[in-house]
Ligand binder design. Structure first.
Ligand code: ADP
Length: 258
């Protein structure tokens, strides 16, 4: 027996993962999962080994966004084998129970599900493991940011004041536990009209201004785009089919910062 050479259970979880990134938001519905999916696919496109954990237990959308609604992970040696698509290894509560079941879980059950995603899934070696966090700053989020060896967090928001109010709380949560915030992405920044002018539906530059006043790196603006929504619903991540659009440029830029 040599110290440090055993491969069983006492090993540090995720020790072969180089970067663990939380994608977080203040509110739900701002595009956090959409961004997390496209970030993961973009990183995989650079040749990196990437995993994505759907930690949004009460609203898992990764199965839909990857077109894997009926997929079930295999169990090998008591560990779950992540599903894999578009070069990304995936785990979601949506692969394990039907969504209506997870909705009624209380805190401890939700926490233990996420611990299982960390300790009992064969992630093997990864360059990046992305956590699609639940929105906001509830108990699950706090447990996660305290227990995971996070490299950093990326925050997604819309420019709207009601969304930004909750982003402040998320920023405080990460800072309290000394998790670096790698930057802020503004989603649904504007809608481009057929004549090329921009309609700032949710307010003008709210995310960018927030980033500046809170000392956060601004990673870019993603417009409201029917194709982003359709690609999410169809399970074909947007960045795969749209190089060079404003959205893909913003996502790829964020991928370079994480
Ligand atoms: P969250 O993870 O913050 O709850 P989602 O990523 O699930 O948000 O996005 C909520 C809805 O908005 C989804 O239907 C998604 O397809 C859509 N959506 C997200 N970003 C955009 C965008 N930039 N343009 C159009 N629709 C978007």
């Amino acid at each position: 027996h040599h110290e440090g050479e055993h491969t069983c259970c006492s090993e540090k979880p995720l020790k072969n993962v180089k970067n663990i990134i939380a994608v977080a938001s203040g509110k739900g519905g701002v595009g956090k999962s959409t961004f997390a999916v496209n970030l993961a696919v973009s990183l995989a496109g650079t040749g990196a080994k990437v995993g994505l954990i759907d930690a949004d237990l009460y609203g898992p959308s990764i199965p839909t966004m990857f077109g894997l609604l009926d997929a079930k992970p295999e169990v090998v040696n008591k560990n779950l084998v992540p599903l894999e698509k578009y070069g990304v290894k995936l785990m979601s509560i949506g692969f394990l129970v039907d969504t209506d079941t997870a909705v009624v879980w209380r805190g401890p059950m939700a926490s233990s599900a996420i611990k299982q995603f960390i300790n009992e899934v064969d992630w093997n070696e990864l360059d990046y493991l992305i956590f699609d966090m639940p929105p906001g700053t509830g108990d699950i989020q706090i447990t996660l940011v305290q227990t995971l060896p996070l490299t950093g967090a990326v925050i997604v928001t819309t420019p709207q004041d009601v969304a930004l109010a909750d982003v402040s709380k998320a920023v405080s949560m990460f800072r309290k536990v000394n998790v670096p915030i790698l930057g802020l992405v503004e989603n649904m920044s504007y809608y481009e009209l057929p004549d090329g002018t921009k309609d700032y539906i949710f307010g003008h530059h709210g995310g960018e201004n927030f980033a500046r006043t809170h000392g956060l790196e601004f990673l870019g603006s993603i417009p409201i785009d029917r194709e982003v929504r359709e690609d999410g619903d169809n399970g074909t991540p947007y960045v795969l089919g749209h190089s060079g659009s404003a959205t893909s440029i913003a996502v790829n830029r964020a991928a370079m910062e994480v």
